[in-house]
Design a protein around this ligand. Sequence first.
Ligand code: AMP
Length: 376
Amino acid sequence: LYSENQDGAFLIRESESQKSEFSLSVRDGKAVKHYRIRRLDNGGFFVTRRQTFQNLNAFVRHYSYASDGLCVKLGRPCIKTEVPTTYDLSYQTVDQWEIDRSSLKLLKKLGSGQFGEVWEGLWNNTTPVAIKTLKPGSMDPKDFLREAQIMKNLRHPKLIQLYAVCTLEDPIFIITELMRHGSLLEYLQNDGGSRIHLPQQVDMAAQVASGMAYLESQNYIHRDLAARNVLVGDHNVYKVADFGLARVFKLENENVYEAKHETKLPVKWTAPEAIRSNKFSIKSDVWSFGILLFEIITYGKMPYAGLMGYQVLQKLDQGYRIPQPANCPQELYNIMLQCWNAEPKERPTFETLHWRMEDYYDMDSALYSDTNNFIQ
Ligand code: AMP
């Protein structure tokens, strides 16, 4: 509710003094005033018993129409500010990023994958962090530390920041920035087109391309770019996660072509030359970015649905590419096809992809026909 807000700007928040109660804070001239929102036994809300509401939306609607006893009538919700990326937990962890695992509290399991689990946690009882716990034996600590040294120095607002590690005993912990809304894949699937439309989808692609353009500029390769490895924060911020990790993981029984489960089959995201001859490069990441575009536009559909990895590879060799999804504008599909050029050198750079996404709506005025829902 700082001064950029107008009179009547408000927010409804959890009360600091009364657990599981809400408070209303309103900007009135230069002051901010607070009201306790009380609950009815039937679940309704009120600030005065004279006027009660079934839900908070009805409450806000009423006081937006007239002040009705409040200091001012409610205006706009207060402006949300983007929290700047923190690059270190503290000045100590800048150089000493092997931290004591007792400084971490694991609070809530967020997910689990092939190589371990991810927890929401607290560092020093204060700083929210994500903690990746790695299954013993999933990587060689020496390899990992070498890679982590590089990852620690990669800093960009669209990359998940590595904060610290615990590698002295098993399980290895990787401590990173916490993203409140989890993976982009689930985020897209949960939405399924209800709130997310083309402008938001282009924005997601632009942010990912921006993070990847930074990796490109640092001569670093991701190796596992996919919607499952992009995380969603507040205020529509999207960041690339898990860069470089694929290189240090030990793929034990993995013949990537024949892995049983479709869901995490990286072969569908991987450029043919990377699968065949291990030629991973920033250009194989560009191929994966094309698949990520497909995931974004289809709200998280499985690419090459119904095909197994080896079948995909065969078909790609014959020139087959994923067909244009129904709701995908031609211009965006053209970009996907460029990312899937059989010749790595012919694929665009991330720098180019970034500006093409940023300028998407300027590229061609005809595009506006695709964007009925441009202004949401
Ligand atoms: P992963 O093992 O990296 O695939 O992570 C499993 C799941 O944990 C992801 O799909 C996310 O939902 C969640 N997750 C991973 N990293 C973070 C993070 N930094 N912040 C919040 N959620 C995360």
